[in-house]
Design a protein around this ligand. Structure first.
Ligand code: HEC
Length: 141
């Protein structure tokens, strides 16, 4: 009697183990099927935070000063050698030409690469700041 009970338990235990293993394999397989590879860079819907732009860019400091005063206003001011191609001295005149400025900063085709006279583009963090400022709605802050 005692022996029978033990054998019965052993049999049930092995059966249970099999069921558990099969269930785990099944869960493993189905979860593989569901998880498709997601693109690393996704289009960010309007109103959501772009992971590349976690902080709000401050126009006066990060755009006006760090980019234009430091790198562009030797030429792009009234009377400067770049005047006829853009005077970039305030929020309004920079915002109006933002698309073209970004292309020039990124050294993209179709525009003259800027800053003029330098074969290297500005530091990535400056270009990224300009890109983010545009994506964030060209704030005047
Ligand atoms: C040494 C003077 C000089 C500096 C510094 C300079 N530019 Fe220019 N920029 C020019 C001149 C000259 C042109 C016209 C070049 C041409 O089209 O041949 C120009 C053209 C441009 C254009 C129009 C490009 C096109 O093809 O339509 C943009 C936009 C521009 N600059 C942005 C900038 C920005 C942004 C900076 C700073 C990061 C900058 N520039 C720095 C002199 C300068």
């Amino acid at each position: 009697m005692g022996l029978q009970l033990t054998e019965g338990l052993n049999f049930n235990t092995i059966k249970m183990k099999k069921i558990i293993i099969i269930t785990l394999i099944f869960i493993g397989l189905t979860s593989c099927v569901k998880h498709k590879a997601e693109p690393i860079i996704k289009d960010v819907p309007v109103g959501e935070v772009d992971p590349n732009c976690p902080d709000t860019i401050v126009f006066s400091a990060q755009i006006m000063n760090d980019i234009f005063v430091m790198n562009c206003n030797g030429c792009h001011i009234l009377g400067g050698s770049g005047e006829s191609n853009g005077v970039f001295t305030n929020h309004a005149n920079i915002s109006d030409e933002a698309d073209k400025i970004l292309k020039a900063l990124k050294h993209e085709s179709g525009v003259t690469a800027m800053p003029l006279g330098s074969s290297d583009p500005l530091n990535d963090s400056l270009i990224n700041a300009f890109d983010c400022w545009m994506k964030q709605g060209k704030l005047n802050n």
